[in-house]
Design a protein around this ligand. Structure first.
Ligand code: NAD
Length: 556
């Protein structure tokens, strides 16, 4: 039997204000699932892969077809259950309960390895959900642009007086997430030089204007980057090569690098990372023929990769890990000082998490970009005092091309998310937008993830690996009435390294939705504030008190 492929007609995302399902919440789930797989959005729709190595939206095409059928069928007091990308049941709940509950890639801790997962995946028993792939709220690279921008902006504030002008940032990986890097550095006025082994990925980022130019020769690319830095230009340069080869060449030529990171899919040594000792075609062949040998080469390469990063750090580059678990891979392979450079969360993002700030995103179910323009205006007017938000919104409108359903993202904190959600519901109720708005977030957020090498690295109280928090987060969002809730394992950093939860909520203009929005958009970031306050962070303790979230105050 020939393997099935993505069919753009059958799986086209519905738009407009006519329902295909029995309610807007089910309709939103249907549209966002199909939007995840839209070729403009997904990295490899033929394999149902959305982003992040092998992060999928459904286990296989049979499951996809069945999920679509189920979403069209379920009533407003029923809930569809998804087990690692496969629909397994429809149960009676009630109108304020989630319409879909998803659990993806969960393994009992002792079995939580890629080896065991891959075995199960081959038998058709599991699927890797990454973060927003398996929870149907990926919106293309824009989703990560804001987070990446926040990181580079915080780095610029900390080390370069607020701007990357006249600096060179070197990184690798132009995939679903990594593709946001060039644009984020450009937004901070710097020069970026990015290695990528697959030419089509570079071309895709050029098409969406996330990247400015492509080079196929390493030396030419380096020359252009050095010249641009000297001229204080703002430009992003993609170079077709392995990250290891680029870093080695920068060292050989004694080029000073200002900022250094990496976003290859190092979390997955088999499907995600390409060893520097293999050409692409060789890598594809070996992956099939001898996965063990492939993984061994990957580990060799990742160890060298981190050694080169440490060398450039020694030579003055501000170096950080960008959430792909590269350091752990190198350490697993014997590099003792792999963690000598920090992860991006403790280095730049945690103070934001302490205020309940995180990646709030929304999409216009109408499919009409004009609806996003209306929401952009509302957000800009709601938070005039938030200067970095104002700057982001201006640049996002100018520089970000929509992929799939028109969508927007911005980082909002405790109190702000609830305010925004209710304002959107009002836009739908008063007909200022043409269809409901769906609101969600990445799992990379303040209260929704335990990931000791990333979001919860170096917690003040040493609670990095405590995973009760994301579980509570999924439970509280279910209790509060989110539209769909997911609990995943292994996203971002790979099997055994993370547990995280997602939530999505629909603003359909009804009074019931307003109540649900108010609860969920207060509780969800609130979990993050509580989690960070419990770990002892002063900013979180302050946010906790200001927002009436303190259990001590409550029970006094
Ligand atoms: P992806 O699989 O879509 O893209 C990875 C890219 O790296 C691919 O284009 C691949 O060709 C390229 N690549 C692989 N090995 C390479 C090498 N040695 N040299 C040069 N290029 C190479 O993954 P993605 O969605 O872009 O995510 C990248 C990584 O970042 C993942 O590990 C992911 O878990 C992690 N991540 C980071 C964040 C964050 O906020 N920083 C968030 C989510 C995920």
């Amino acid at each position: 039997m020939t393997p099935r492929k993505y069919d753009p007609v059958v799986y086209k995302t519905p738009t407009g204000s006519v329902l295909n399902c029995k309610g807007w919440v089910q309709e939103a789930a249907l549209r966002m699932l199909l939007n995840n797989l839209d070729p403009e959005v997904a990295e490899r729709p033929d394999d149902l892969i959305v982003y992040g190595g092998r992060g999928k939206a459904a286990r296989n095409f049979e499951s996809l077809d069945l999920i679509i059928k189920a979403l069209k069928d379920i009533e407003e007091d029923e809930t569809l259950l998804i087990q690692s990308g496969k629909p397994v049941g429809i149960l009676t709940t009630h109108k304020d309960a989630p319409r879909v509950l998803l659990s993806n890639s969960q393994l009992v801790p002792k079995w939580a390895t890629w080896e065991h997962f891959t075995e199960l995946e081959k038998k058709g028993l599991m699927m890797y959900g990454q973060m927003t792939a398996g929870s149907w709220i990926y919106i293309g690279s824009q989703g990560i642009v804001q987070g990446t921008y926040e990181t580079f902006a915080a780095l610029a504030d900390k080390h370069f007086n607020g701007s990357l002008k006249g600096t060179l940032s070197v990184t690798a990986g132009l995939g679903g997430m990594g593709g946001a890097q060039p644009l984020a550095v450009t937004m901070c006025d710097g020069v970026s030089l990015i290695a990528e082994v697959e030419e089509w990925r570079i071309d895709k980022r050029l098409e969406t204007k996330y990247l400015d130019v492509k080079y196929t020769g390493i030396d030419e690319a380096i020359d252009r980057a050095v010249e641009a830095r000297a001229n204080k230009e703002t430009i992003s340069i993609g170079v077709l090569c392995n990250a290891v080869h680029l870093l080695q060449r920068l060292i050989d030529r004694n080029i000073q690098v200002d900022v250094l990171t990496d976003q290859t899919s190092a979390h997955d040594p088999l499907i995600g990372y390409v060893p520097h000792t293999l050409l692409n075609e060789e890598a594809n062949a070996l992956r099939e023929k001898d996965p063990q040998q492939y993984i061994a080469l990957s580990y060799d390469s990742m160890k060298l990769h981190v050694e080169l990063m440490l060398e450039l750090q020694k030579r003055g580059a501000i170096t950080f890990d960008y959430g792909n678990n590269l350091r752990a891979r190198a350490q697993e392979h014997g590099l003792k000082n792999a963690f000598d450079f920090p992860g991006f969360v403790p280095a730049y993002i945690r103070p934001l998490f302490c205020e309940g700030k995180g990646p709030f995103r929304w999409a216009a179910l109408s499919g009409d970009p004009a609806d996003i323009a209306v929401t952009d205006k509302v957000i800009t007017e709601l938070f005039p005092e938030n200067k970095s938000l104002q700057r982001w919104m201006k640049m996002a409108k100018e520089k970000i091309a929509f992929q799939g359903l028109p969508a927007r993202i911005c980082w909002l904190g405790q109190g702000e998310r609830e305010k925004a959600g209710l304002a959107f519901n009002e836009l739908v109720r008063t007909g200022k937008v043409k269809a409901p708005i769906v609101i969600g977030r990445d799992h990379l957020d303040t209260g929704s993830v335990a990931s000791p090498n990333r979001e919860t690295e170096s917690m003040l109280d040493g609670s990095d690996a405590v995973a009760d928090w994301p579980v509570l987060n999924a439970l509280v969002n279910t209790a509060g009435g989110a539209s769909w809730v997911s609990l995943h394992h292994g996203g971002g950093v790979g099997m055994g390294y993370s547990i995280h939860a997602g939530m999505v909520i629909v603003a359909d203009g009804t009074d019931d939705a307003a109540k649900r929005l108010s609860r969920v958009l207060r509780n969800d970031p609130g979990m993050g504030v509580i989690r960070h306050a419990d770990a002892g962070y002063d900013i979180a303790l302050d946010t906790l008190r200001k927002n009436g979230l303190s259990i001590q105050e409550r029970l006094k």
